[in-house]
Ligand binder design. Structure first.
Ligand SMILES: Nc1ncnc2c1ncn2[C@@H]1O[C@H](COP(=O)(O)OP(=O)(O)O)[C@@H](O)[C@H]1O
Ligand SMILES: [Mg+2]
Length: 245
């Protein structure tokens, strides 16, 4: 059963001044099943954020058709985008908007991202790693029927990024949330996704669709992830991110 169905025939940005019209996405079709985690893997600038904006309904200017599941959608942006002058708890309460058991849900969500104490802390005081975890809690606290993640672990040091990926892996397994994660990191895609949609450089087309043959436990072992990444993505030695150049 498809929870999400995406057909983008064309997405272009119009000419502005001397800059010509730009075709960013071309003939992109895929589905995501309920409970599945799919990664969209492609070089920087290929159109991944543009695609998420279409799926989220933030940008409606495209040719095609997108069917989303009923229920709430959660979007973890490339930057955490917390309200800096509000406490962490208020940042979460804001998206819950009058839900009766909001306080209990906020406590649970912060516990799940291993930050049970930060509720009263101003968001501006958080490290980037903590802010990314709070952004994840803010997404999960609404119990989304579709979770969209845009490179949620960029700009973190490697050990922190690894810990946060482990945390996300566990949370997705626990909640079985239908998830689309966008990344330019092949190993991140292999670790987290059931299936990888490999995009070309802009205008982004689907180059390949790859099932990831790893169990939950195997996904926690870096050597396994490395082996599968090299088997699935033979051009890994030339980093996929370099293709845009
Ligand atoms: N609002 C916009 N107007 C014109 N061009 C844009 C706009 N947003 C993005 N682009 C261009 O579209 C391409 C894809 O951008 P983006 O979706 O952000 O890529 P990615 O997230 O894969 O790095 C880039 O060349 C970018 O410069
Ligand atoms: Mg992007």
């Amino acid at each position: 059963m498809a929870a999400l169905s995406v057909v983008v025939v064309r997405k272009r940005f119009p000419a502005v001044g001397a800059a010509p019209e730009k075709l960013v996405l071309h003939d992109l079709r895929f589905r995501v099943a309920a409970g599945e985690t799919v990664a969209v893997l492609g070089p920087s600038g290929c159109g991944k954020t543009t695609l998420l904006n279409l799926i989220a309904g933030l940008d409606r200017e495209f040719e095609g058709r997108i069917e989303r599941p009923a229920g709430r959608l959660a979007f973890v942006f490339q930057e955490p985008r917390l309200l800096p002058w509000r406490t962490v708890e208020d940042n979460l309460r804001f998206v819950l908007d009058g839900v009766p058991d909001a306080s209990a849900r906020i406590r649970t969500a912060l516990g799940e991202v291993e930050l049970p104490e930060v509720g009263p802390v101003y968001a501006s005081r958080l490290s980037l790693g903590m802010a990314r975890r709070v952004a994840l809690a803010r997404a999960l606290v609404v119990r989304p029927s579709l979770l969209l993640l845009d490179e949620p672990f960029v700009s973190l040091d490697q050990p922190t990024a690894w810990r946060l990926r482990l945390l996300l892996l566990e949370l997705l397994a626990r909640h079985r949330t239908t998830t689309l994660i966008v990344t330019h990191e092949p190993r991140e895609a292999v670790m987290l996704a059931d299936r990888i949609l490999l995009l070309s450089a802009a205008p982004a087309r689907l180059r390949a669709e790859l099932a990831v043959p790893l169990s939950f436990d195997e996904r926690r072992e870096q050597a396994r992830i490395e082996a599968v990444a090299r088997a699935l993505l033979p051009d890994l030695r030339e980093p996929i991110a370099a293709e845009a150049a």
